[in-house]
Write a protein that binds this ligand. Structure first.
Ligand code: ZN
Length: 262
């Protein structure tokens, strides 16, 4: 297992174009279905061929990283997502060392471009693929941020009322009164949503965000439900097998404490 890796820069793919947009995300791929027995060198060879029209910035396995396209150029790995991303192709066997080397690479990329989110290839607009299989992006994220892995524990009580006709949850502003965003006054939950230093925030939502940050997510702990929190809610719900509705009700709230970090 290896967090240190050898960076191979001797080969450059002809399949790249000029970068005109800021890098905003890292797209995670696996080489192929492991049943097809893909190899590091086979993957690199494929991405170097100018007849394929495909490439990636990096190919990764335990202890080894090949850079085929410089980050300053656009690689061709994810349909509608090429322009603003860096593409990373990882060994689909998912050895611990594959995670650790990929995480070390991700940490290096972030040191150059800021705290970029990780995105699955199949989540990129215009992509029709199962890639990257079951790769656990939360684990990659956690390893890349170097934080300790929190153990599971009893969840705190869900902070909002859940009675017939009063089924409150954390969700976007602009929804019904039962959608508590923490972004403004909500007279139904005066203990939870309060003004701190001139800014509205939800105490209970901040607590959940804090726990998610400890799990390795790149989330702002501000007690306010916005696009970033919703994106992470949806990702987390899918990961742990909850219905994906983008809202934090009692199950999604508790899962941040009770679900093992994988
Ligand atoms: Zn892919």
């Amino acid at each position: 297992m290896s967090t240190a890796y050898t960076l191979e820069t001797g080969r450059t793919s002809p399949n790249s174009s000029t970068r005109r947009s800021k890098v905003r995300r890292i797209v995670i791929h696996h080489w192929d279905d492991p049943r097809r027995k893909p190899t590091f060198d086979g993957t690199v060879g494929w991405l170097l061929r100018d007849s394929t029209d495909v490439s990636a910035h990096y190919v990764v396995e335990d202890g080894r990283v090949a850079r085929l396209v410089p980050e300053s150029r656009v690689a061709w790995h994810a349909a509608g997502g090429n322009a603003d991303s860096i593409g990373v192709e990882i060994n689909p066997r998912q050895h611990d060392g594959d995670y650790e080397t990929a995480a070390a690479l991700i940490a290096d990329i972030r040191s150059r471009h800021g705290n970029l989110p990780l995105v699955r290839h199949r989540a990129v607009e215009g992509s029709y693929t199962s890639c990257p299989g079951t790769y656990d992006l939360a684990r990659l994220d956690r390893l890349a941020s170097g934080g300790p892995v929190p153990s599971t524990t009893t969840a705190p009580a869900f902070p909002l009322p859940r009675r017939p006709g009063r089924m409150y949850y954390y969700g976007p502003s602009g929804g019904p009164q039962t959608s508590v965003s923490g972004r403004g006054l909500n007279t139904a939950v005066p203990a939870d949503v309060q003004r701190v230093n001139g800014r509205w925030r939800s105490h209970g939502l901040a607590r959940w965000q804090q726990r998610m940050a400890e799990r390795g997510y790149s989330i702002t702990v501000d007690g306010r439900f916005g696009e970033e929190t919703e994106r992470i809610v949806r990702y987390f719900q899918a990961l742990v097998g909850l219905p994906v509705d983008g809202k934090i009700g009692p199950s999604t709230y508790a899962a941040a404490w009770t679900e093992a970090v994988r």
